[in-house]
Every structure is written in C-alpha cells, then in structure tokens.
Ligand binder design. Structure first.
Ligand SMILES: [Zn+2]
Length: 323
C-alpha cells in the first residue's frame, strides 16, 4: 500500500450508479471453481507470457494514470488488477470496459464503513471482480462484524486482497488508530476456511510473519500471497532463505487422503505466490526484476514461474487470451 492517505479520504459516498448489466455479466461467473482450477490443463502460451499484477493502486491524483498504465501494459504485456477507491469506481470501470484484458477492476472499501455491505453489492452489480486492498482495519480481520462482507464475497466467488503484516505510519505527531497486529496473516486462515469460495490473497506475505503465511497457504487451496513491499529488498542478499519458508516442494508431506490441491497440480511450494507490485507505475518493472531474482535464487521451475507471473491469476480471473 502506498498513497493511502488520499485513498482513505475518498472512501464513502455510496450512490446510485446504473448497473452495466451486459458488460458485468461478461465478468460474472467467470471464476473457475477450485476443482476445475486445480485440474486445469497446463497454461496456454498466450496465458503463460502475460504478467498479471495483483497489486496496482489507482492513483486518483494522477490524471494520466489510466493512459500511462495502458502504455506500460502494452510494453510489458501486463494486466493490472486496479485497486480502486469506492469514490473512483466509475472511471476505473469505464477504462476496464474499454480495455478488459489490461485493466481488471477491484474495489477498495473500508471494512469499518457502516454501509460497506451496500458498497460491495454495488461494486458487484457494476461488474467489479473482487475487493482490495483491505487495510487499516479497526479490528482484527476475523472480527465477526466483518463477516457480512466476506459472506458477500463468498457468494460472488471473488478474490479478496488483504494487506498483511507491518504497515506504514502516516502521522508521527498525532494519535492514530492503526495496528499491524490486526492484519496478521494468521487471520486469513479463518476467512479462507469459513468462506471456501473466496480466493484469499494476502499482500506482502505477512511481512515479517512469513512462516505463518506459508503454512496457511500450504493447507488452504484458496490462499495465495504476493511478495510486494519491502520483503524482496530486505532479503535480496538471502533470497534462497525463502526456500526454508516455502519448503514443501516435491515433498510427500501430506497423507494420501489429505492431498491439497494446487493450480495445475504444480508441486512447487512457490505456486502459492502470485505477482504483485504495490508500486507506482514506474516501479512495476523493478519488481518484475526482483521476482526474477527470486526465481533464480530458489531455482523455481519454469512452469511455476509463469504461473506466479500471471498464469494462476489468469485462470482465477478467466482471462483466456493474450492481447
Ligand atoms: Zn499493503
């Protein structure tokens, strides 16, 4: 998460918006269920070359954001899940309608807003594909007051992106009601288990609670993590330490009756990672390079690399072709 102050102040403002039925119907019901997802054949060449970035925050202060994103998308063959403050939902939706292979609209809502369920329903009616990034919550993610939002997301079979782990401090001189401890990765386990149709995507791999993050992903087919944020910078000289965290590649750790499903039956533990940049548009390519450094350091198989960079999210989002 960056630029959170401006995003936060734009929360709210639920209003009547004409539902774009035809277009949103295109996007609804596309999510593969976990069975077909797990048993899907290997990715097509068109899918495998596409980068899908789970973590691109819409910048409402930049009037050229959409046009610059589209240019970058053309250059990198990148599809961006654009995390969109509720107040900006219309402009991002319009752009996604015009460029459906390049912009995937995700709705950023405040879990503590009194009308959050209504906002989520409206986003779904408009054709949004999921929620994110959940962050700056007043209570832990598994608080019962948040369950109605998760119930809706479960009904829609949505991806929900949660900030996990350490979070920046915006104000140094004033009190603020913010705590990283409310966003620990362990809370996502309960959400994933209670709501099996949600794809629970944790941003930042729980930084620094990587071990919990990985173990939760190991047992839960509907949990994935991105490695955006400071982790790949912090660990740049010891990236292969992540093999100790994602340790179960090609390992018969599970008993035969408890086999866990993975996308395409991939046996690399790193299949539970997806690409996310959480950066300004200029910062996306450097994060691509950081992911590639990780692939080399951990000798991640070629097929798994492609799934991380876009294959898994393409399947989840039903993106069937290239540009
Ligand atoms: Zn974040």
């Amino acid at each position: 998460m960056n630029n959170c102050v401006s995003r936060r102040k734009l929360l709210g403002n639920a209003g009547a918006v004409a539902a774009l039925q035809g277009w949103s119907a295109l996007f609804r019901g596309n999510l593969h269920n976990l069975d077909s997802f797990a048993n899907a054949p290997s990715d097509s060449p068109a899918i495998s070359e596409r980068i899908v970035d789970m973590h691109v925050h819409f910048d409402e202060k930049d009037p050229n954001f959409i046009s610059d994103l589209l240019r970058l998308s053309d250059r990198l063959n990148l599809t961006a899940c654009v995390l969109t403050p509720f107040a900006n939902r219309k402009v991002v939706l319009d752009a996604a309608k015009q460029h459906p292979t390049q912009i995937i609209p995700f709705g950023f809502v405040d879990l503590d807003a009194p009308d959050v369920v209504k906002q989520v329903e409206e986003l779904h009616a408009m054709g949004f594909r999921g929620l994110g990034e959940m962050e700056f919550v007043k209570k832990p993610y598994n608080d019962p007051s948040y369950l109605p939002v998760y119930e809706q997301a479960n009904r829609y079979g949505w991806i929900v992106l949660f900030h996990t782990g350490i979070v920046l401090r915006r104000k140094f001189d004033e009190p603020e009601d913010v705590a990283s401890g409310r966003m620990r990765p362990i809370y996502l386990e309960e959400i994933a288990r209670r709501f099996p149709k949600i794809t629970v995507l944790g941003a930042h791999c729980g930084n620094p609670e990587y071990e919990w993050a990985a173990e939760i992903a190991r047992w839960n087919p509907n949990v994935f993590w991105d490695l955006s944020g400071s982790t790949l910078t912090k660990m740049q000289a010891r990236l292969n330490d992540l093999q100790k965290i994602f340790w179960w590649s090609n390992t018969e750790w599970q008993s035969p009756e408890w086999k866990v499903k993975t996308p395409g039956g991939d046996t690399s533990a790193f299949i539970k990672i997806v690409f996310g940049s959480d950066n300004g548009l200029d910062g996306i390519e450097p994060v691509v390079k950081q992911y590639h450094a990780l692939f080399e350091a951990c000798a991640i198989p070629e097929h798994t690399r492609k799934m991380i960079m876009g294959g898994s999210l393409s399947k989840m989002l039903g993106l069937s072709d290239g540009h």
